[in-house]
Design a protein around this ligand. Structure first.
Ligand code: 4AD
Ligand code: MG
Length: 432
């Protein structure tokens, strides 16, 4: 007998087939009739168990099913009598594989803390399943775009001797006789070495920030895609980001109709964001916030509330461009027109989802970079290799880093970052 998955059921209408999966739920309609909602990872299927059709023995097995029991089902898929695009599975027999104890999730409303402590089980819920599928799409859409646009994958290390994004969020780990190593905050600095060999490169993996902030947008371990390109300057860098993000929007809308519906995502809003992005300077944004009554200065960074205000009147993401040098990272290139500013831009998503990308042209002048590293108080010997890149055939170059979970939050409309990564790591949580 053919073993199939729910996603392929349409091709098997009227034929006897076998599927393997779990009981999402069940309902007793009468002493002779039961409904079982069956799921297998690829989808969900309503099964009808009728005692006269199945026979006494098989029906007895159906009566033993509990929520999350794993099983094989044997029967015939048919068109649903009421819904055009749905199917119904007429059970002939079931084979229980693993029984399930009383399932802790689903009987009543649960608070986030309970659900997070049950994350290993919570992942099976309809909503979490939908988010994970969107995560899969976003991940591979990013890779697809980059692979098709001349970027080579280049894996940067996770254990590193130095900081890339400031020392306040570094995780330190003991490292044999060499003292301490640090968990990478971003692979960027290593990609800058990679481009001098390959031209355009990207990495994609977990990065770590000892973030003290308990917000809906911060994790201590999250996934970042850093991309870097030789001979690309600041404006072109922003164009690449815009093209990439718009490609992702279209891919998610096309690939995840069902999931976006489960999450009640307003697809109209996503479609509107697939249009030319806005660029504003940091100074213009400060002026706009001042006009909205925010108390903020020209040398200030944005808090969560301000970040949300930046795009509140915009359908498309906004690049906040040309930041004061002192509030941005040491590696960003000075604006030749104003040495107080850097050629760096953050991309802020609409609908309150905040910063999804940080990017910049990189400082390619050895002496200016040395000055900035010294001013940060970093130990030059840790950065000698990075300075070397400016001594042996330095070229103008730029890059950016996408926070994968922030982007998934925006695509799926999920307000809290803890729901868009399989096992979230936060300041107050490391279990399970
Ligand atoms: O803006 P960030 O710090 O930029 C960098 O690390 C650069 N080296 C990237 C580069 O140019 N290659 O981080 C990039 C993005 C942010 O825009 C945000 O989306 C996300 O990473 N991010 C976080 N996501 C979840 N939790 C956190 N604690 C995050 N911190 C940053
Ligand atoms: Mg940033």
């Amino acid at each position: 007998m053919k073993i199939i998955e729910i996603k392929d059921i349409e091709k098997q209408l009227g034929k006897e087939v076998k599927l393997r999966g779990w009981v999402r739920n069940y309902r007793k309609a009468s002493s002779k009739l039961r409904f079982v909602i069956f799921r297998d990872g690829s989808g969900e299927l309503q099964c009808v168990a009728s005692k006269p059709d199945m026979g006494e023995e098989a029906f007895e097995k159906v009566k033993q099913l509990t929520v999350e029991t794993s099983l094989e089902i044997i029967g015939v898929p048919q068109k649903h009598p009421k819904f055009e695009d749905k199917f119904e599975f007429h059970l002939k027999d079931v084979n229980i594989i693993g029984t399930a104890d009383e399932y802790p999730i689903g009987k009543k409303e649960h608070g986030p803390d309970f659900l997070l402590s049950q994350r290993h089980l919570w992942l099976r819920s309809r909503r979490q399943n939908a988010v994970l599928k969107i995560r899969h799409t976003v991940y591979f859409a990013i890779c697809e775009y980059l692979n098709n646009n001349g970027f080579y994958r280049f894996d940067s290390p996770i254990l590193t001797p130095n900081a890339s994004e400031g020392t306040t969020t570094l995780f330190e780990v003991p490292y044999f006789d060499l003292g301490s190593a640090f968990l990478s905050q971003s692979g960027q600095l290593y990609l800058e070495a990679g481009i001098m060999s390959l031209g355009r490169v990207y990495d994609f993996g977990p990065v770590f920030r000892a973030e003290k902030s308990k917000t809906r947008k911060h994790l201590t371990e999250f996934w970042m895609m850093d991309a870097e390109a030789a001979f690309v300057e600041h404006e072109e860098n922003m164009q690449i980001q815009e093209e990439l993000i718009r490609f992702i929007i279209r891919t998610v809308i096309r690939s995840n109709k069902v999931e976006l519906e489960i999450l009640e995502r307003d697809i109209k809003q996503l479609k509107k964001a697939d249009a030319p992005f806005t660029i504003m300077t940091h100074r213009q944004v400060i002026d706009m916030l001042k006009a909205k009554g925010v108390k903020i200065g020209y040398e200030d960074d944005f808090g969560a509330a301000e970040e949300e205000m930046i795009t509140e009147d915009s359908q498309v993401p906004i690049f906040v461009d040309r930041w004061p040098k002192d509030i941005k990272s040491f590696y960003m290139k000075r604006d030749p027109k104003d040495p107080e500013l850097v050629l760096g831009a953050d991309l802020i998503a609409p609908e309150g989802f905040g910063e999804i990308i940080g990017g910049s042209q990189r400082e390619d002048d050895h002496d200016i970079l040395l000055g900035r590293i010294t001013k940060e108080g970093y130990d030059i010997k840790d950065y000698q290799w990075f300075l070397d890149l400016r001594k042996y055939g330095s070229v103008p170059h730029s890059g950016f880093g996408i926070g994968l979970e922030r982007l998934i939050q925006w695509m799926s409309g999920v307000r809290h970052i803890r729901e868009v990564i399989p096992f979230p790591r936060m300041i107050n949580r490391i279990y399970p």
